[in-house]
Design a protein around this ligand. Structure first.
Ligand code: ATP
Length: 361
């Protein structure tokens, strides 16, 4: 099923939670809604589910307006952060609950329960009560309960945030595998960018109720449209530095730190500047800055902070009042106060307008 939002607005009293959001999730696609707490992700999802009614705008399922339909009339399956299983019922009873409501025959319930339980590897747990199941198993039951209805649309609201990191990763893979196998159009709300980037066909980035971007994960990483997106995606976050863009000896060049640092800009990364404007914000990811012997370094400075991140260190330097963070490779020992040279890999450099924060690429 194709799901469309057309100029969706949702206001609570005088607080705008969702502002003029339009997007389309194609048949069988998974769209992730990503953004900081309070940006409007859940409100958007609950509008799609029919729990909230839009203040204005339309929700279309396969081109048909569903604004007036009740949640149960929408053919959707929902999976939440809190598994919302009925504690006094067994896993089996929880899973078949929607079929009980529809008064389906017992043999059909058993067949369907087996089908979804097998898909999720929980066939042996069906007699247990939720209290006798681990968090991951409860989430599988919740997923089975959503899938037994053969929904046309699956809605997820932070389904993995109660699980530990390892389980989160395996459940992420499992949900994605099932979603692709079953070809169910899905909307997935998360504040975890790794989850969004690894699972989604397209990521909707939200901030303060606005949809900032709706693009494939790769594009979000490679060509972020604004400084906010550039810094929100990727960890540790992108360095944003004051720079000037000039042609020097016929070569496109970015100048930083009052002329102490000059970086040649690859042709395909030259910013689109109008008129005489030369001031830019230069964005470079920590992964694109490397330690370099002083003689061949692009920049040179004192280390102001070092933090172990397991195999590598996060190193922070101060270049003429500007903070630059990068990762040192395992085995490279760097200490607070050391003077180090840095090399910038400009192949994926970004440029932004200092006033609007919009990408100049
Ligand atoms: P989180 O990740 O914390 O759940 P979110 O991105 O899902 O955040 P929403 O829950 O959609 O954000 O909230 C968006 C805005 O709308 C917030 O400012 C919130 O306070 C407000 N809001 C949400 N639900 C209601 C409500 N029922 N009544 C009034 N205001 C609400």
């Amino acid at each position: 099923m194709k799901m469309e939002l057309v100029n969706l607005n949702k206001t609570f009293r005088d607080a705008v939670a969702v502002r003029d959001v339009s997007l389309e999730v194609g048949h069988g696609e998974l769209a992730a809604f990503l953004g900081p707490s309070g940006c409007g992700k859940t409100t958007t999802l609950l509008n799609i589910a029919g729990v909230y009614k839009p203040t204005s705008g339309d929700i279309l399922f396969d081109g048909v307006r569903v604004n007036e339909l009740q949640p149960k009339e929408r053919d959707i399956g929902m999976v939440f952060q809190s598994y919302a299983l009925y504690p006094h019922m067994s896993a089996y009873e929880n899973i078949v609950f929607s079929l009980v409501l529809k008064k389906r025959p017992k043999d059909e319930m058993q067949r369907e329960a087996k089908r979804v339980a097998d898909m999720l590897g929980i066939g042996h747990l069906l007699d247990r009560s939720p209290a006798q199941l681990s968090g991951g198993q409860q989430q599988r039951v919740a997923l089975a309960r959503a899938l037994i209805k053969r929904p046309k649309l699956l809605l997820f609201d932070e389904p993995l945030s109660n699980l530990d990191a390892r389980l989160r990763m395996s459940m992420r893979e499992e949900i994605k595998r099932l979603q692709v196998e079953l070809g169910i159009t899905s909307v997935y709300v998360t504040h975890d960018q790794v989850e969004a980037m690894s699972m989604a066909d397209k990521v909707a980035v939200m901030q303060d109720g606005n949809l900032l971007a709706y693009v494939p994960p790769g594009e979000l990483h490679e060509r972020p449209r604004t400084i906010f997106i550039a810094q929100f995606i990727g960890s540790p976050s992108m360095n944003i530095l004051d720079a000037e863009f000039v042609m020097k000896g016929g070569k496109p060049t970015a100048i930083l730190a009052g002329g102490k640092v000059e970086l040649e800009v690859p042709k395909e990364r030259v910013p689109k500047l109008s008129g005489e404007k030369r001031a830019v914000k230069l964005g470079i990811r920590p992964e694109s800055v490397f330690l370099e012997p002083q003689a061949t370094a692009d920049a040179y400075s004192a280390v102001t902070f070092v933090e172990s991140m397991g195999r590598e260190n996060l190193v922070v330097c101060d270049v003429d009042g500007q903070r630059i963070q990068f990762l040192s490779a395992p085995g490279e020992s760097v200490h607070l106060g050391d003077h180090v040279g840095m090399k910038f890999d400009m192949a994926s450099v970004q440029f932004f307008d200092p006033e609007s924060g919009l990408s100049l690429l």
